[in-house]
Design a protein around this ligand. Structure first.
Ligand SMILES: [Zn+2]
Length: 325
């Protein structure tokens, strides 16, 4: 869900007190190149359900260059909480969108969930993934980045260590949703610069889609550059294959406001979650320890997904944008 070197779309236009900086990127994504740039990595490393505690003290990892002013700005923005969940809950439209129709169709041959970062799939559509699975629909995850840029400048955890920790967190979170055996294919694109690899991502999505499949991907105007690149790549792949693209907003809830004219609310569909599934999703979210808890008191170790951000993603129903037809 996160790399911190970015500024949400529309920042400064939010009367609810969201970030006051200009929109666009806060600075260079600034990550050192990852090995296997753009190549398809194997399956998940580690697996297993154990969720390592946060506060990893890998030590010795040099801070990431470029976490200076841009990083400071990003941290300051993250400290602000965007449009509060209470404001969304007070908006009548939120509960008035039509339900996904067909709700979760057993005649969907398979679903591919494309996640820019490890946690976007669970926080965005973890409930829908579980419902699909319960309906007998095979579900697969395509992980665009490994989320290595969530803590730029941290002296507590290195980007390399984050890759392993976040993969384990995702595995544990999926298990909470009854999705322990879902395959996760990692592309290993460097966190923060997915747009530079958009063609490769589109090709990788394309070869995993087929006519009639559902492709769940982050909304192409979600405000985070990796989320948007993922959404665009998924749209291209869906157009090539005849798959149905279901876009899910993540950071939109942060920068947008109820009734925001920049958001395609007319395409919004609700996916109500049974109470037990909503509870499972809350447990799943609690597994993303590196994202929801500060790693240390240092400013570089703030939680990228603090409680006000998480609250918007743990509603009793999920939201997707259905294609215009
Ligand atoms: Zn993300």
């Amino acid at each position: 869900m996160t790399s911190r070197d970015w500024a949400p779309r529309g920042a400064g236009t939010d009367p609810a007190g969201a970030p006051a900086s200009a929109g666009g990127h806060a600075g260079e994504p600034g990550e050192p190149g990852e090995p296997g740039d753009g190549t398809v990595a194997g399956g998940e490393a580690g697996g297993g359900g154990a969720n390592p505690a946060g506060g990893d003290t890998a030590g010795g990892g040099p801070g990431i260059a470029g976490a200076g002013s841009a990083g400071g700005l990003a941290a300051a923005m993250i400290a602000r909480s965007g449009t509060p969940e209470a404001a969304w809950q007070a908006w009548p439209d939120l509960g008035a969108w039509p339900e996904l129709d067909p709700p979760v169709a057993a005649d969907v041959p398979a679903a591919l969930v494309v996640a820019p970062h490890p946690d976007d799939e669970v926080l965005g559509v973890g409930g829908l993934m579980a419902l699909l699975r319960r309906a007998g629909v095979p579900v697969t995850v395509l992980a665009v980045t490994d989320g290595d840029a969530s803590h730029p400048g941290s002296r507590t955890v290195t980007p390399e260590r984050l890759v392993g920790l976040r993969a384990e967190e995702r595995r544990a979170a999926l298990a909470e949703l009854g999705l322990a055996d879902v395959a996760v294919h990692r592309l290993g694109v460097p966190d923060g610069v997915a747009a530079a690899h958009e063609r490769l991502v589109a090709d990788e999505i394309t070869r995993r889609l087929d006519d009639g499949m559902w492709c769940l991907a982050t909304y192409a105007e979600d405000g985070h550059p990796d989320h948007e690149a993922t959404g665009r790549a998924a749209a291209a792949a869906a157009a090539r294959t005849g798959a149905t693209l279901l876009e899910f907003p993540v950071w939109t809830w942060h920068w947008a406001v109820p009734g925001d004219a920049r958001v395609p609310w007319h395409r919004a569909r609700r996916v109500p979650l049974p109470a037990e599934l909503a509870a499972a999703k809350r447990r799943a979210a609690s597994r993303f320890v590196t994202q929801i808890m500060p790693l240390s008191p240092a400013p570089e170790d703030v939680a990228p997904v603090p409680p006000p951000v998480l609250a918007r993603l743990l509603r009793a129903s999920e939201t997707i944008f259905w294609p215009d037809r």
